[in-house]
Design a protein around this ligand. Sequence first.
Ligand SMILES: [Zn+2]
Length: 118
Amino acid sequence: MNDKKKCLECGLELMGRVDKKFCSDGCRNAYHNKFDSGSKNLIRNINNRLRRNYKILDSFNLRDGKTRTTKTRLLDKNFDFDYLTNLYTTKKGTTYYFVYDLGYLPLENDYYMIVKRE
Ligand SMILES: [Zn+2]
């Protein structure tokens, strides 16, 4: 057999049970610890981007819960349009993009309306 299974952590050939993935408990733990810290880093990075986006939206002075700005201004502040917490679509089909309770609505000509949810 050429396709001998190997330990996912150290690459050692595995003997015995066909459903084994690791040569030892040590390798199993090392592998899972690595995986856990990887996903924790991912979550931390995304949380940081969301927090930064939120601070940027929060840096605008809203009047009656809204204000207008431009895409350039948002990008200058390092706003990342890929990171949102939720969408809100009105009955008329207008979609607002929210980071927690602060959101934006793309307008014409790269203008944006920034809003705070009541
Ligand atoms: Zn191993």
